[in-house]
Write a new protein. Sequence first.
Length: 156
Amino acid sequence: MFQLSGDKNNFKTHYMKTVSAIIILSLFSYLQLFSQSGTYDLNSKTNQVTNLHTKYTFTKVYTYDLDLAEASYSYSANCVVVIDINADGTGKIVTGLNGDKTIFLVVSCYKYDSYYKFEVTNYIGTPLIAKIQIKNNSVENFYVIGVDNVAVVFSN
């Protein structure tokens, strides 16, 4: 009647590559979810967070002007946020953007229904606010509000 183009080995190779790709993507999704988890202690009266040690990864970065309610063009990037908060509520946040590292010292951290709020200082001691937004029990983005009320946002 009719014949498929290519041979059976070619079909099997294509099939195995497809199955392998699906397995790898599933594993990556699981590891992404795992990397975005952390345990912490929460003071129920003040909402202050202590003993938080976690790492988040994001794939996009953009700036957002809070006064104008406008975002800049988003681009793909390797964004990493490592948070280490001690028992006294202080610590550090280390951000990485395509290999460039920035360190913020954490003065305090508070957890609310849809976000974590960090009071931080940069390397020259300027007080800043950083936030992690949560949507559907998942981390949506991380940002630091900087000069002129403009935030640098890491998101997926």
